[in-house]
Design a protein around this ligand. Structure first.
Ligand code: SF4
Length: 261
């Protein structure tokens, strides 16, 4: 099986694909409903703000990366979040400082935050041998050393990394045989690390073959349920009540969910 042998129709983002693979009904509900009173978790905001600062750093157009990140936080922070604005700003500054100090091992940067179809990797560059490498910044506010290998290991087979390798390779007309996680940990000790993932092209083709079939099902609005996904290790699915109290009767959803516009 080669990449060119795979028939690809409509393409969806890796996040959407992962939701769909977990449970098609979850993907369907997430498109149309939001959970009321969801906790405003700032970990995602810190990660996005650090990425914005690093984008300015690697674009090298004279913008101050720390100021870009601070402006991003100011524009996106919501009162009532799980951390204060000052705390989020301090953690973001730390993330940008550590992130800028990492040696990515890429003498040439080809693209920063550029769209390749449905994806927008943080960075595409070339290693000293001239081979393409895609890099994604991942910020962890807190990552105990005991859980690091498990955390990084999950990326080795993630839809996001395989989609990056496929889409960037298509765009450049070259094989992408390596993607990397630029891990930025802020606590309990702060450090950064590059986690390299080697992508075999036959392996990539088997991923694409399955992903393309799932994308076809997504396009056909397949919305079957997968009860085994209803209870995860961190608690119930956010649509647990929708499926198991309201049995999918959307006329009752407004008690717990808000329809997306
Ligand atoms: S509660 Fe279960 S069936 Fe319902 S959307 Fe979530 S995972 Fe799917």
């Amino acid at each position: 099986m080669n990449l060119d042998d795979v028939s690809v129709g409509t393409v969806y983002s890796p996040y959407n694909l992962s939701d769909f693979q977990k449970c098609p009904r979850l993907y369907d509900y997430k498109k149309r409903w939001d959970v009321k009173g969801k906790e405003l978790n700032t970990a995602i905001l810190i990660g996005a703000a650090v990425a914005a600062g690093l984008e300015a750093h690697y674009q090298g157009q004279g913008r101050d990366p720390k100021q870009v990140a601070a402006d991003y936080v100011d524009a996106s922070y919501k009162v009532g979040s799980d951390r204060s604005l000052e705390g989020v700003q301090a953690l973001t500054r730390k993330g940008v400082r550590y992130g800028m100090a990492t040696n990515l091992g890429l003498p040439k940067i080809e693209a920063v935050e550029k769209f390749f179809g449905r994806i927008r990797p943080d960075l595409v560059g070339r290693d000293p041998a001239g081979k393409l490498m895609v890099v994604d910044h991942k910020v962890k506010v807190n990552l105990d050393d005991r859980y690091k290998e498990k955390e990084l290991g999950a990326y080795d087979t993630s839809n996001q990394m395989f989609h990056y390798a496929w889409a960037v390779g298509q765009d450049f007309g070259e094989k992408v045989e390596q993607v990397a996680i630029h891990l930025i940990v802020l606590g309990p000790r702060a450090y950064t690390e590059m986690h390299l993932i080697q992508i075999d092209q036959r392996h990539l083709a088997t991923w694409l073959e399955s992903a393309a079939l799932d994308w076809d099902d997504m396009h056909a609005n397949e919305r079957r349920q997968r009860f085994e996904s209803c209870m995860g290790k961190y608690g119930p699915c956010e649509f647990h009540a929708a499926c198991h109290s309201y049995y999918g009767d959307e006329s009752k959803f407004s008690a717990l969910y808000i329809r997306r516009r």
